[in-house]
Design a binder for this molecule. Structure first.
Ligand code: SF4
Length: 325
């Protein structure tokens, strides 16, 4: 028999504003009757991609897949400047969904290049945001894990440090401290996104109040993995899943009374709601299990803030269950 009495969703979860805006722009273009594509998955979430497909918004891998005159949405991570130029040159209607924070990063990087700094970029190599950023600073040295720093970061007179938006703040601070000794002049441009910081704070706060955390997000999502790691640091066991379908057994919840749910910046808050409901159905006490839908709604209502909305636009397709939060 299940033991879970309550599920709490961490506050300020759901899509970050950058992802939300890019999705909104794609929906707006499609609703205006434009043949709409997104260059790469606008968010790494299969449910959302399917919803967008149902609205006739298709994901393409390259600009060559978009017909002349059609609309192409640049996702929140941004792209290299030459990709933008090529889209314009091909006569596509470019809808720039690059997050304003990422645009700021790109500008800062270009300035550092102009000022002649040797640039170190803390980021996940090959991540689309990092690939886009490198278009503004092709010689920047990308570093990720601490073990690589010693071998890859040179000693130079003038160095600058900048970050991919979703890197953990502690890692950025540690790297800044590491670089102090390797340069005469060190310029630090802190571009860790405030949404990332808030998400981590709210997850830690939720983790402190529950017996078990369920972290929802893409398996390869760095910011999701970081949330799982932080729960561990707080001392709360955590399991990481991609969605409610991954919850098939009661075992992980045995003996727990209150369970917390959080998610990465690409996870819609509706997915957290579905996970909350699934936990209650699967591992709730008889009473909680019988009221699973109602309790999950209450958890969502307690967590949802404007920042937690999936999108500011109503769903434009009856097939969609997302978008109205
Ligand atoms: S994490 Fe921050 S910088 Fe990155 S897309 Fe979201 S809001 Fe923008």
């Amino acid at each position: 028999m299940g033991t879970v009495q309550e599920v709490r969703i961490a506050k300020r979860t759901g899509f970050c504003y950058g992802v939300r805006e890019a999705i909104d722009k794609a929906k707006e273009a499609s609703a205006a009757g434009k043949l709409t594509h997104t260059l790469g998955q606008v968010v790494h979430n299969e449910g959302v991609i399917q919803d967008l497909e149902a609205m006739n918004i298709h994901t393409v891998d390259t600009l060559d897949d978009v017909d002349h005159g059609a609309a192409v949405v640049i996702r929140a991570h941004g792209v290299r400047p030459d990709v933008m130029e090529r889209a314009n040159a091909r006569g596509l209607e470019v809808i720039d969904g690059t997050c304003t924070w990422v645009v700021q990063e790109q500008k800062e990087l270009a300035r550092l290049v102009d000022d002649g700094y040797t640039i170190v970029l803390l980021g996940t190599p090959k991540h689309p945001e990092v690939v886009g950023l490198l278009g503004f600073a092709p010689d920047a040295i990308v570093v990720d894990e601490e073990e690589e720093w010693e071998a890859n970061i040179p000693r130079k007179k003038r160095m600058a440090l900048i970050s991919q938006s979703t890197q953990p703040p502690w890692k950025f601070e540690k790297l800044a401290a590491f670089m102090v000794n390797r340069s005469h002049e060190l310029k630090i441009v802190n571009t860790v996104c405030p949404v990332t910081i808030r998400r981590q704070q709210d997850t830690v706060e939720a983790a402190r109040q529950v017996d078990l955390m369920v972290v929802v997000g893409g398996r390869s999502s760095a910011n999701t993995k970081e949330l799982t790691r932080l729960c561990g640091i707080v001392g709360t066991p955590a399991i990481q899943i991609e969605g409610d379908r991954d919850l098939t057994e009661e075992a992980p919840f045995e003996g727990t009374t209150v369970v917390g749910v959080t998610g990465g910046t690409s996870t819609p808050i509706e997915d957290l709601h579905a996970v909350a409901r699934r936990i209650l159905e699967l591992a709730g006490t008889p009473e909680a299990s019988a009221r699973a839908a109602e309790l999950a709604d209450a958890a969502l209502a307690a967590a949802a803030t404007p920042a937690g909305r999936t999108t500011s636009l109503p769903a434009t397709s009856a097939a969609s269950t997302r978008g109205a939060a």
